[in-house]
Design a protein around this ligand. Structure first.
Ligand code: ATP
Ligand code: MG
Length: 600
């Protein structure tokens, strides 16, 4: 339950797009939201790349900066909407010349360089399907996803190709073309030089007719709970990208926007490329990796107004910049342009929301969605109060419900029917009513798992939540992670969150360990902040602290110290790995486990 509600008594500097939640929900319709998009000229359909690039290039925004790319060396390269329209047209022509057409898969394995954006949007212009892979994946995960996605084209660099693909090429017979960005293609057999092909290509390209139902993007899930799944998304998703970025990220014309997620993940693609460009704002792209000073510097120097990041990143910043000080950051940076901060991907512990308020001067707005939903579904809004620890309320146009749980923790399905829980405070599986435009159209080549995700007229998310009496949603845990202990159902997030309120704790991962008496006991793995020692005294103090906060039924019985909790490459704590290691079980699919580059 909330530590303290953060009210929005002082109106935000810029009037929010959504100022009256109830009114907006009552009047919203997806068909009206489609009106915010232009559509292809001549009624030829709907194409994401037209909405994100060409419509701006044909308007007064043509000379506006679309991408502001910060290199590893801090150099800044800018790309205007007009330039992006030309380069994406060139790339679409490159594909056409190679005989790559509608529905063919183009896979990217690139860092966050300007060419990535050209390839993504050029592929969509050509009505081919873009499948982004995170460039830090090792050879096995890359090959596995390329096979699953039926990759026809790969765009990468010489170094990444040599290290991660060349040795597996024989196992990828469907892969016809490998395009090498930058130098080095000459020395690599069976590859083509991207730069030369681009230079020879025409910068005029007419987007072919595109149905809103044409496949556009293929995204693999993070693999937090099991084998990653390839979620199919269509061009119509643009309607939801546009509307949700307006409501949940409060994007306004002229904004400078930074989404820290890599476009290899759905957040980095939907909100790091598509949605902000559709709004015609300036997108900050950081080629470098996380570093507290670097991030504060980018926020300050790029004059970022809207920032979309993740709980793990915020917790890393909190390690160097504690809420109560003392610190020399970020007071030494001018963050005065910042006006809205949002987070996604994992539960956002209340402490992190308050840290934002006290250190950045702005509370963090948590929101919730999944690879499958394609867009933000539940959010805290700029104009609305925040109940720290809650992920907020459904977006206008999104119908959410809590479904009664069965024995296995998931929604109880009986005779094809489910039961919607109407009383507040009851934990159940979060479900969404199908019909929002960015809903995935299935897991590629996996009809069984696709079918299992729907029941009784709902899409079942696999997440457990409760809704309070006022309609705010509270994350309890993933159905797969929830711990049953002595008759109680315990969400690991609640325990982790309580532990993270202790000044010694930077991060925590909580699992259930089988126990003959209780069924399971709660065990916490804790990362300490600098300056705190992993001693028996610290352990005792944390156990007692958690018991005071949570009560003996929910508090951890055991605490282990671990300075390197396993994370997915998209930054989530992998509890299933903590559990497997604890119990000596096979680790399962670890293709998305974060490792140091050298070991990838
Ligand atoms: P996999 O499905 O392969 O196990 P994943 O679910 O982590 O991986 P994503 O689609 O990247 O893959 O992540 C979506 C999930 O992340 C959600 O279902 C939820 O469990 C978690 N999540 C996202 N946002 C939030 C949030 N604001 N609060 C709590 N959990 C969140
Ligand atoms: Mg998932």
């Amino acid at each position: 339950m909330p530590l303290e509600t953060i009210r929005k008594d002082t109106p935000p500097r810029v009037p929010p797009n959504l100022d009256d939640y109830d009114k907006e929900c009552a009047t919203f319709s997806w068909s009206a939201a489609r009106g915010g998009l232009q559509g292809l000229p001549g009624g030829r359909g709907l194409n994401i790349a037209h909405e994100a690039v060409d419509r701006h290039a044909a308007s007064s925004r043509a000379t506006g900066v679309a991408l502001s790319c910060v290199g590893r060396d801090d150099s800044v390269t800018t790309v205007t909407y007009a330039e992006l329209a030309r380069s994406t047209a060139r790339f679409a022509n490159v594909l056409r010349t190679l005989g790559v057409g509608r529905g063919d898969r183009v896979v990217t394995l690139l860092g966050r360089c300007p060419q990535l954006y050209t390839v993504v949007l050029g592929t969509l212009k050509n009505t081919s399907v873009l499948c982004p892979l995170f460039s830090a994946f090792g050879p096995d995960p890359v090959a596995q996803r390329m096979r699953l996605s039926d990759a026809r084209v790969l765009v990468t660099t010489a170094e990444l190709y040599r290290r991660k693909v060349a040795g597996r090429r024989d196992g990828l017979p469907g892969l016809r073309h490998v395009l090498i960005v930058g130098a080095g293609a000459d020395d690599l057999p069976d590859t083509l030089p991207y730069d030369a092909l681009m230079a020879e290509s025409d910068e005029e390209f007419t987007i072919p007719p595109t149905s809103p139902d044409d496949m556009a993007l293929l995204h693999f899930t993070s693999g937090t709970t099991g084998t990653p799944k390839g979620a199919v998304h269509v061009h119509e998703a643009a309607v939801a990208h546009y509307a949700t970025a307006r409501y949940a990220l409060d994007l306004h014309e002229g904004d400078v926007f930074w989404c820290t997620a890599d476009p290899g993940w759905v957040t980095g693609m939907s909100y790091g490329v598509v949605a902000p460009l559709m709004h015609g704002v300036t997108v900050v792209v950081d080629e470098g990796d996380y570093d507290a000073r670097r991030w504060y510097r980018i926020l300050a120097d790029r004059r970022v107004g809207v920032w979309y990041t993740a709980p793990t990143a915020l917790r890393m910043l909190m390690r160097t910049t504690p809420r109560t000080g003392p610190y020399d950051l970020p007071a030494s940076y001018d963050l005065s342009a910042l006006r809205f901060v949002a987070s996604v991907g994992e539960p956002l512990n209340p402490e992190a929301v308050l840290w934002g308020r006290d250190v950045l001067g702005l509370p963090v707005h948590d929101n919730w969605w999944q690879t499958e939903t394609g867009a933000i579904m539940i959010a805290n809004f700029a104009a609305c109060e925040i109940r720290p620890g809650s992920m907020g309320r459904p977006l206008p146009g999104v119908e959410a419900a809590v479904l009664r749980r069965g024995e296995d923790g998931r929604a109880e399905v009986s005779g094809g029917r489910v039961t919607v829980v109407t009383e507040p405070g009851v934990e159940g599986e979060l479900a969404l009513r199908p019909g929002w435009p960015s809903m995935f159209r299935g897991y590629l080549h996996d009809e069984r798992r696709t079918a299992a995700a729907f029941a009784g007229g709902w899409y079942l998310t696999g997440d457990l939540v409760r809704r309070d009496a006022d309609g705010w949603y509270w994350f309890v845990g993933r159905a797969d992670d929830v711990i049953k202990s002595a008759g109680h159902l315990i969400g690991p997030f609640e325990v982790e969150s309580a532990l993270m309120e202790h000044p010694a704790v930077a991060e925590a991962g909580v699992i259930g360990r089988p126990d003959p008496v209780a069924g399971n006991i709660v065990k916490a793995f804790v990362t300490l902040r600098p300056g705190h020692e992993a001693t028996p005294e610290t352990r005792q103090e944390l156990l007692a602290f958690a018991r005071r906060r949570l009560g003996p039924a929910v508090a951890p019985r055991e605490i282990a110290f671990d300075q390197h909790l396993p994370h997915t490459r998209s930054g989530k704590v992998m509890r299933r790995l903590l559990r497997a290691r604890e119990l000596g079980l096979p680790e399962g699919d670890i293709s998305t486990l974060e490792r140091t580059e050298g070991s990838a």
